[in-house]
Write a protein that binds this ligand. Structure first.
Ligand code: PMP
Length: 291
């Protein structure tokens, strides 16, 4: 089947989906994006993703080139055109073409790109056996420098922490903030369970305000009879936890078996995580596009 990419209002063939070498999205990582899931042909948490995309754009002084409604329609149009039943959508705003200088004022025309494709998650066996992770040496960028809640096109802070993980032979790294407390992972948020209580770093830790994180706090955990405490989480708590799990659009909910080679709990996916994974899956199966 031929794929099509939505670019600035038109569906085009991938070979025709091109941006300028003068686009500040390429030259400086100047832009923002969203990763969104499609379950059973329905876009999951569409409104939340559209709102976060527009908020990211405004935070970097990029006037969104499309309204919430227009962006919503474009995402659905792209999913339908590509007949994606279970898949992933990448929506991107770039600053647009400009001069070689830093100033965004030379870029008058931001670009919008929407790609709908299939997705490769972490390997299936990791959902059963749990995932080994490390703690990255590199801290997450502090809120005062570039607020990690802005989902910008510049992911090098995360990419370099991901490289640390890969060099250590694992797929994900926990990132601490500059105070040494737990912030999030390179592409996922993090939760701990201890003595039947679930905690997750509060947003003041400096992290992407994950849409899956919010779904787990507000819907999945309550449906399983848990409330989630959002508070500062010290690094030491990681090693005292009974269970750790990660959440993200691509990862969904996945258990952690070890941190820096030290087993978490019994070193397997614990009962709370297992319950949340099952609950998450049954809830997303009933997804409707919420425009
Ligand atoms: N943190 C970071 C750094 C991310 O890139 C992501 C998304 N991959 C997440 C957390 C999870 O956010 P969401 O649940 O909205 O996908």
């Amino acid at each position: 089947m031929s794929r099509s990419i939505w670019m600035n209002g038109t569906l085009v063939a991938p070979k025709d989906a091109r941006i300028s070498v003068f686009d500040h999205g390429l030259l400086y990582g100047d832009g923002c994006f969203e990763g969104i899931r499609v379950y059973g042909g329905n876009v999951f948490k569409l409104r939340a993703h559209v709102e976060r995309m527009q908020a990211s754009a405004r935070s970097i002084h990029l006037d969104p080139p499309y309204s919430d409604e227009e962006l919503t329609d474009a995402i659905i149009e792209t999913v339908e055109a590509n007949r994606i039943d279970d898949g992933y959508v990448r929506a991107v705003y770039t600053r647009g073409e400009g001069s070689l200088g830093l100033s965004p004022s030379s870029c008058s025309d931001p670009s919008c790109i929407i790609i709908a494709d299939t997705i490769s998650l972490y390997p299936d066996e990791m959902y059963v056996d749990g995932m080994a992770v490390i703690i990255a040496q590199r801290p997450r960028i502090p809120i005062q420098c570039l607020d990690p809640q802005i989902k910008t096109l510049n992911y090098l802070n995360n990419i370099l922490a991901k490289v640390e993980a890969i060099e250590a032979g694992v797929l994900e790294a926990i990132m601490l903030n500059i105070d040494g407390d737990v912030a999030e992972c390179t592409g996922d948020n993090i939760f701990l369970a201890k003595d039947g209580i679930i905690v997750t770093p509060d947003t003041s830790a400096g992290m992407l305000h994950g849409i899956t994180r919010r779904f787990v706090v507000e819907e999945v955990a309550p449906a399983c009879g848990y409330t989630v405490e959002e508070r500062t989480v010290a690094k030491e708590e990681l090693f005292e936890a009974d269970e750790i799990f990660l959440t993200g659009t691509a990862a969904e909910v996945i258990g952690v078996s070890s941190v820096d080679g030290q087993p978490i709990g019994a070193g397997v996916v614990g009962p709370i995580t297992t319950q949340l994974v099952e609950q998450f899956r049954s809830m997303v199966a009933g997804t409707v596009c919420n425009r």
